[in-house]
Structures are given as C-alpha cells and as structure tokens.
Design a protein around this ligand. Structure first.
Ligand code: HEC
Length: 172
C-alpha cells in the first residue's frame, strides 16, 4: 500500500516537473522579435498573395508544422507583386518590405506568425538584408531574429526562390 502511494507521489512529481519545464519554454518576444510581431499583427495595408486570404494547405516543401498557411505583403513588399498578386520574376524587395506567413491550425486560427523583414545592415539581418523570425500568436518567440535565419535560409535559397521567397514556387 505504502509503495503504491509512493508511486503515485512520484508520478505527480514527474508531471509537475514536465509542466514546469513546458511553461518555462515560453519566452515573450522582446526587441526585434516584439517589433516585428507588432508590425505583423497590424494588418493595415497588407496585400494577400494572389489577393486571396483563403487558407492554403501547407506545401510539401514546408518544414513548418501547422497544416494551413496564408501569406501577405506590406505595402512596400506588395510593390513587387504582379497583377495576379504573385511575386514578380527576378524581383528584389525594397528596404522595409515585410512578408508575413500566418500559420494556422485545422480550424483556421492563427497559431504562429513567420516573418521576413528587409532591413539591410541591421544587427539581426542576414547578408541579403533579411531578418527572419517566428512568433506565436500570443506573442512568444518561436525562432528569434537573433539567430539570423540559421534555421531558415538554406531551405529558402533553394532553386526558383525569388529574393528568398518561395510562395511562387509552391503556389504557382
Ligand atoms: C524546409 C524548408 C523551409 C524552412 C526550413 C523554412 N521555410 Fe519558410 N517557407 C518554406 C516554403 C516551402 C514556403 C512556401 C509556403 C509554404 O509552403 O509554407 C515558405 C514560406 C515562408 C514565408 C512566406 C514568404 C515566402 O517565402 O514565400 C515566410 C515569411 C517564411 N517561410 C519564413 C520562414 C522562417 C522565418 C523560417 C525559419 C524560422 C523558415 N521560413 C524556414 C520552406 C521553409
């Protein structure tokens, strides 16, 4: 009987530890991450890829884990879209361009914002001037801009990217 009790206490202890570790993993976005998150949340002036906010099933090329996506371009980035709302071939995005991919769950609720922001020379920018990051819908860092796209760039520079952008390739 006593050993059963001990087992139960032990199991509770383990569960508490797991919960604690899990909650510690949440890191509220600060600095560049917070700035981009706020810019991404204010949808004013953004244009949807192909002018459509329909949920798209994520492509097989995507490493991102949620099932649906929607991608939009701020007014500066949107100047590189064609009359069909796709990225112009050979385009290079201007300073201040912000491209946001909303990653959504199966009900279409936004879970994570992934962002690409052109700010050449910024501390967090890569050598092409892009800042890469991902922040959860409730404002916690998933991938910090400070990593300078370490987890992102090699995939985004695959064949047929346009200034690192992949929507055209996977959603032609
Ligand atoms: C294994 C490949 C892969 C990796 C790694 C990856 N992405 Fe992507 N990403 C894609 C693909 C493919 C798309 C096109 C849309 C889709 O299918 O999700 C995309 C689209 C995007 C878009 C919309 C603009 C565009 O390129 O079309 C953003 C913003 C983005 N990713 C950000 C990121 C960030 C930030 C990271 C790193 C934290 C990252 N991605 C890592 C494959 C990848």
């Amino acid at each position: 009987m006593q050993s059963k009790l001990r087992t139960i206490i032990y199991l509770f202890f383990c569960m508490a530890c797991v919960l604690l570790i899990h909650s510690c993993k949440k890191k509220p976005a600060t600095g560049t991450d917070r700035q981009l998150y706020k810019m991404a949340k204010d949808t004013t002036g953004f244009i949807w890829y192909k002018f459509s906010d329909t949920l798209l099933p994520k492509s097989p090329g995507s490493a991102h884990k949620l099932p649906f996506i929607k991608t939009r371009f701020n007014s500066i980035a949107a100047s590189r879209l064609t009359v069909y709302g796709k990225v112009r071939k050979g385009a290079s995005f201007d300073e201040g361009s912000l491209i946001v991919k909303e990653m959504c769950d199966k009900n279409g609720a936004i879970k994570v914002y992934t962002m690409l922001y052109k700010k050449t020379g910024a501390t967090d920018a890569d050598e092409n001037g892009w800042i890469w990051n991902a922040v959860s819908a409730d404002g916690n860092v998933e991938i910090s801009a400070a990593k300078k796209g370490k987890d992102c760039i090699s995939c985004h520079q695959q064949e047929d990217n346009i200034d690192n952008i992949l929507m055209n390739k996977y959603f032609p």
